[in-house]
Write a protein that binds this ligand. Sequence first.
Ligand SMILES: [Zn+2]
Length: 664
Amino acid sequence: MTRYFLTTAIDYVNSRPHLGTAYEKVCADVIARYKRLRGFETRFLMGNDEHSQNVYKAALEQRLDPLAYCDRMEEEFRKTWARLDISFDDFIRTTEPRHRIGVTHLAQRIYDAGDIYEGVYEGWYCVSCEEFKQEKDLVDGRCPLHPTLTPEWITEKNYFFRLSKYQQPLLDHFAAHPEFLQPDIRRNEILRLIEGGLTDISVSRAGQSWGIPLPFDPGSVVYVWFDALINYASAVGLGGDGPLFERWWPANLHVIGKDITRFHTVIWPAMLMAARIPLPKQVFGHGFMTLNGQRMSKTLGTIIDPIALADRFGPTGHDPLRLYLVKEVVFGSDGDFAWERYDDRYNADLANNLGNLVSRVSAMAHRYRGGRLAPAAAGSDQLTRLAEQVVADYQRAMDGLSLHEGAAAAYRLIDGTNEFIAATAPWTLAKDASAADRLTQVLFDAAEAIRLAAVLLEPIMPASCREILRRVGAPVERLHFERDGCWRNSGERTLVQEGPLWPRKEHTTVTDNQTKPEGVPPAAGAPALVPETPVKAPDPATVPGAPGVPPAAAVAERISIDDFMKVELRTAKVLAAERVPKSKRLLKLQVDAGTEHRTLVAGIAEAYEPEALIGRTVVIVFNLKPATLMGIESNGMVLAASPEGGKPIVVGFDDPPPPGSRVR
Ligand SMILES: [Zn+2]
């Protein structure tokens, strides 16, 4: 079996995990799960970076032993990763013995090779960055990242790594392995940097106790950056467990943030070259997440706790978050998070689209076929061809780490299935006895397309996709892409009809300044920067008649134009429709009225199958007072003609205008 070893950056434990750290872990987890789906023996490593002077100081400030402080932070990180369903196989802490063994081993090997030498460092040092700074790096004598701190002038004995010697070997490696650093934009930056010449770097600090001592001079500890990079190799037994190291090294992929690309693609490979250890196959430098277009900042109170994001959508709310991060951000580019967009994407991609599709197909399977489906004919050409194309596109995208394109491919199949249902109109076929086999096959095809889409989305939304597979009657203990990732026109399936997978999130009115509480830090543990605001109720108006009930017979008395203009009629697009239980006449509709989404009840169930209404543009009385019908609050009324003795006919358009258009 082919092996795949991937890692993320290890995290500094002097602050809790936030959306930025979570983004990296989610993307790496999607890659790990995809590799497992493809049958690779996968090892996914994460961990914490603990040998930082800032960690040491933070611990002392809290009167804690540094290790006890790190233990406490490890719990925070593990709790977050569990909530986001991150499936790491190994978690390393740089204070563990296995890491000390690896660091000691590598430092000695490089020293023995003659590439670590003693010298004196004299210059500026930013304690917060834990980095030496050159004069040209400072702005008005201060670190640009920490303008409130005064850099320290340091003169100390240091050991230096002969990085300058590796300029040409690195250029050769980049030329021979264009895939080594992705995406391309990062490779170009780093190539320019290497071509500009490399200077030797300090790899030790003198006179400190928090860190791993240099084997050839125990009075110095290994500089934290040098120490941290080695975790990838020490986790698989460098210097300690030979067979484990042989089995897993070199790593296939390091997933890291773009700000530390230089460490991972210049210093780290040079260290390995000096020690004559094979280099990792690939480094991927992802972009940063912003909040409403702004850099996340502790001082602005714009740090988001990923647990709050997952909690927004309930127990499996991590899946909507994972989908957002993967589908809405081009992997490798910067991405933005905004609460409104988060809700919108949830409603659009999950509640209205995939979730609704699963509900509709299982509802129709139950109504027309008692929930059991087996192929009755050849599968739909249209859907099978689309599925083949989608699977090929998905595989190419995921193999190339184009995660957003992988997600988009799966969604093309979901969209295609919705179109297929609209075009084949099972509710019409159901009325035609001679179309019985055709109806069975249409429903089977739709369920099969959902099954396949769930297989493709499983690395992104593992828990939800397993639930979808159960509902379409195709649960699997362990998915295998070769077996499960292709179209099947075989087998009987029993579909499960249960409540919505993703209940709609009611539209919340969010103003821009509510999302940016500049200077106002959020309350501790606040789940969101945005307060929940209820749907704004329409202004009371004096319109007679109950919602959903056709208006009373025409009145003889004429009204003025002003009277008429009090009635706000608007177009609305039907997003979801279902029968109201225990009512023959009523349908519950979810509509997009342009500025907001509404729930309303309409007395048209005798004339319309719910499925036939989805996607249609109707006209509603927008400013009608809410009324409760059969326990459901109806916000508006659907206009319909009421021919004498006939069934109601919903008002429609030849060429539907956008939702929210005024009708007068
Ligand atoms: Zn700094």
